[in-house]
Design a protein around this ligand. Structure first.
Ligand SMILES: Cc1cc2nc3c(=O)[nH]c(=O)nc-3n(C[C@H](O)[C@H](O)[C@H](O)COP(=O)(O)O)c2cc1C
Length: 181
């Protein structure tokens, strides 16, 4: 049986927010033996992305970039847990995704080949009552998965503004319990 290793990337700008709560609810249902690694992108801040693709190229990543690349490549499943900020992903999440462009060129990383076949998932909390406003976030992740030949697992949405609100979104809690199955 193939072991799966989930990497949860927390992209909120606060601790204990609704997105993380929802992601942890979903993760509780993962089968025993499934690997789980949780990284808060605020603990591994990345520099602003510099596009060197058509200049001198991208060097091998160092520091937090190298750590995030290693964690990403080690996972079979990458879960982007970003709150909905201005209808899309948070800044830390977007910067992480921008760095994928550098990793595509990083010597020895073989990023495109190694990302293909992994599954990309999204988890997000939003204050708006209309889940359709999260479509830009869902599209960003869905299209990014397709670009890299990844499977798209879908996005788990929950409603909330204050931390803890999402637990009162009973439909989201129900969806969380089967999201990864
Ligand atoms: C910078 C910022 C932008 C936001 N933009 C949106 C938005 O576009 N649509 C929305 O429904 N809620 C928006 N919100 C509300 C958050 O999505 C909501 O409070 C969510 O619960 C935050 O997730 P967290 O608790 O995991 O941090 C925004 C909040 C912040 C701080």
């Amino acid at each position: 049986m193939t072991t799966r290793d989930f990497l949860f990337l927390l992209g909120s700008s606060r601790t204990g927010g609704n997105t993380e709560t929802l992601a942890r609810l979903a993760a509780e249902q993962l089968p025993a033996g499934t690997g789980q690694r949780w990284l808060d992108l605020r603990d591994l801040p990345l520099p602003d992305f510099e596009d060197r693709r058509h200049a001198d190229g991208h060097p091998a990543p160092t520091g937090n970039s190298a750590a995030l690349l290693e964690a990403t490549l080690a996972a079979t499943d990458v879960v982007i847990a970003s709150p909905l900020y201005w209808y899309s992903v948070s800044t830390s999440t977007k910067r992480y995704l921008d760095h994928w462009s550098g990793w595509l060129e990083a010597p020895g990383a073989d990023f495109r080949r190694r990302m293909a076949g992994k599954t990309l998932w999204g988890v997000t909390a939003l204050a708006d009552d209309d889940p359709a406003v999260a479509e830009p976030l869902a599209g960003t992740l869905r299209n990014s998965a397709r670009y890299l030949g990844m499977r798209w697992g879908g996005v788990l949405l929950g409603n909330g503004s204050r931390p803890g609100d999402v637990l009162t979104d009973t439909e989201a809690v129900t969806r969380a319990k089967v999201f990864f199955s």
